[in-house]
Each structure stands twice: as C-alpha cells, then as structure tokens.
Design a protein around this ligand. Sequence first.
Ligand code: DC
Length: 222
Amino acid sequence: MNRSHLIIAIDGPAGSGKSTIAKIISEKMDLLYIDTGAMYRAITYAVLINNINGEDESAVNRMLKQIDLEFKQNDQNRIDIYLENKLINDQLRTHQVDKNVSLISSYAKVRQHCVKLQREIPENYDVILDGRDITTVVYPETPYKFYLDASVDERAKRRLLDAKNKEDLSLEEIKKDIIRRDKFDSGRELSPLKRAEDALYIDSSDMSIEEVADLIIEKCRK
Ligand code: DC
C-alpha cells in the first residue's frame, strides 16, 4: 500500500494508557483517533444485548451479519459507534463487556470484520490507532510503531482511578481482570498481542501520560 500520510500505531496490554495517550497525541497533532478496542467492545456489547451465547462462535458470526453497526468520525476527530442507529460509546466500558471482549475478539470473522474497517481509512487521513495487533497485522508497514507497557500494579491503579470505573470495582478485582485479559490476548491463536520487533518499547510505569505522549510525538516528527 502506498500511503504518504502519517499513521501512528500503538499496541499494548489492557490499562497501559494507550487510549489516553492516543487522544492527547491526536489533539496535539490533529490526527484522527481510532480506538480499535472500542470496535471489538461494540461487537461484544451487541452479543450481550442480543442474548447471544458468546461461547458459540457460529452464533456470533451470524449476529455479525445481521446487526447494523456503524463507525462514524465525529467533530472531535474520534470515532462514534452506533448500533441500530443508537450511539453506544458510553456502553462499552462496563465490567460485563470487559469480561467477554477477549473471547469475542479472538474469533476469526470478528477480527476480519474489524481489521477490514481499520484498513479502510481514506488515504488522505493522518491517523493514530491503538490496539493489540496494529503494529503487527493492521499497519505493520508504518514506520511509527510503539509498544506501550506498564506493570500490572500500575495498570490496575490507573484503571481504578479511571472516571469510567463507575461500577466501583476493587483494585484486586481490576488486577485479576487485567491478568486474565493479558493472558488471553497474548495467548490466542489469531493476531495475539506481541511486540513487533521494530516497534519502540515504552515502559510507562514511572512516566507521566504527558511524558509518554511527548516522547511519541518527538519520534514521529523526526
Ligand atoms: O484496548 P481495549 O481494552 O479497549 O480492548 C478490548 C479488547 O479488545 C482486548 O482485550 C482485546 C481486543 N482487541 C484486539 O483483539 N485487537 C485490537 N486491535 C484491539 C483490541
């Protein structure tokens, strides 16, 4: 693919700060921000509200063909997600979605559907995407690849402080969920979370969000 436009790809485990950092960079550099985890979350949310058994891969595949799921750019340079014409951005970070999203996102058809959309970004857009397979599968050709990491304790603490943790989960519960998701996302057969050899590894455990954002911006401006 011949692209002359900027694509910044960030991968990393749950709670590594990817989305907060990607939003800051998108604002500072005027880039479209694509939160690819939100796409997998939206499909998981659809599975849950349609009472589909998430363990039944064929049922999930059938549902995928039937639902009306749309991703639209909004005026904040981000993606709004609509299910059956209803905005669902705020429904995607519940504990229920957290618990089921790793399984649903491990299915081949679900991945094909999302990766296709992620690759369809118009050629004239400068974008930043974050996820688990952006540097390895979705845009391995971009020179701007980053792998963001942090210790499990630090990631759980960040999730606890996150304003979206509306369900008052304890630190231990969050930590358990993060460890479970790390294991599943890195161990799955299709496009597992892993460090691309040529991605810059950043351990953000002892860095502020601004420091990480500035480091990535500096690397992309060179
Ligand atoms: O980044 P997140 O926590 O919102 O991602 C939710 C889940 O979606 C994550 O546990 C694995 C899956 N995911 C994926 O498989 N590939 C991506 N590019 C992004 C997310």
